[in-house]
Design a protein around this ligand. Sequence first.
Ligand SMILES: [Zn+2]
Length: 480
Amino acid sequence: MLKLYNTLIRKIEEFKPINPTHVGIYTCGPTVYREVHIGNFRTYLFSDFLRRIIEYNGYKVTHVKNITDVGHMRYLEGAGHHHGPIDPIIEEALKKGKTPQEIANYYTRLFQKDEEKLNIKKADIYPKASEHVREMIEIIKILLKKGLAYETDGTIYFNVRKFKKYGRLSGNTLDKMDNLLKAVHVSLETDKKESIDFALWKKAERDRLMKWESPWGDGFPGWHIECSAMSIKYLGDTLDIHTGGEDLIFPHHEDEIAQSEGASGRKFVNYWLHGGYLLVDNQKMSRSKGNVYTISDLERKRFDPLAFRYLTMMTHYKQKMNFTFEALSAAQTSLNRLREEVKNWDNPKIGCAEYEQRFLDAINNDLNMPEAIAIVWDLVKSNYPTTAKAESLFRMDEVLGLGFKKYQISSFDNASDKNIKYQKEEIPQSIKEMIEKREVLRKRKRYHLADQLRNKMKKMGYNVIDTKKGVEIRKIKRKD
Ligand SMILES: [Zn+2]
């Protein structure tokens, strides 16, 4: 039984999907105007573990992850708030002499490449906000018709006071107006009825680069409305699961609920899951401190991105995670050690039911990945035969996503000759002597002669593989 912590009810509860076999997940994706940092990737990794665990439990999953390429207005760090919020994609485009589309496409590709490096499964759909403006306008029209929104000179605001259930996710409810007022960003939009109201649609400045026609004149959508429009379009009025970082609970997700439920009259999301913050050296990441790291930063420091994936498993997804390079080094060492273990394992046969059950219990207990990793180590250190360890670990790896299978030598497929497979066999004395001779030649840097010997052994039916740990010999088996 899969149990998940639901932010909406602040409790762990049993997961019951709307459709008994098929689960829909919506994850708030990146705003694509610069490289995505490791704090965001921690959240995407958590969503990936969630998706894999749901699949491990036998469900099919449709995962939607949006690309925000318009409307996510931000206050630039250091610029001071008197400038008002800017659209960072347009800002970046103007700076680089590119179009906003070019900037968005470039960083979307980088994001997806980084996801691949982290072995995050591709979402089934990556809808772009700029391609769903029509759907957003439709929802805004309904909200206006229902009296939940109002227009002020080409800009549409959501009338928060009219949506009585407002604030249930974050606790910033209408009956605690002081809290709510404190939580909303102090805004320069003076044309609102109340400062707790938020924009659904904004009137475009005269020379704005990205704008669309609407019944209210040229403009562009707010950030929150895009997630309502795209999640409903691809997953229906009620979603099983919506994920994001905990910084999105308010106002982004609160406002998504108000818009979606306001328009559809139905419950928007059954399970809200939020990932905790990532700190660097116990401090908040910030560009002025220079501690905002990206995946390419980690690679430049010669880390395998999968070491970061491993590291995120060491902290429960809801907890604050403190990133340090010492911790990343330790994760890299652990990962390397597991890869070394796997290397000499025999081909998978019957797994270890005991460890597989413990693993399942851990992941189904609100994604307890730290415990799952501990169980992996128990399994690896156990006295079970390597055939059993291989069977169980490779199965667990469907959730871990660390790609262990390719480190097992006996599973290698020879790239040059598809008919050759390697297996552990008794090695005859004559071959052993040739191996030793070859090692001497290699030490004397007589590589040409060493290669000749290797070829000779190959002709005799033995393959020589050089690894970090030493030389591996495999008898070549011809497939019939
Ligand atoms: Zn969102």
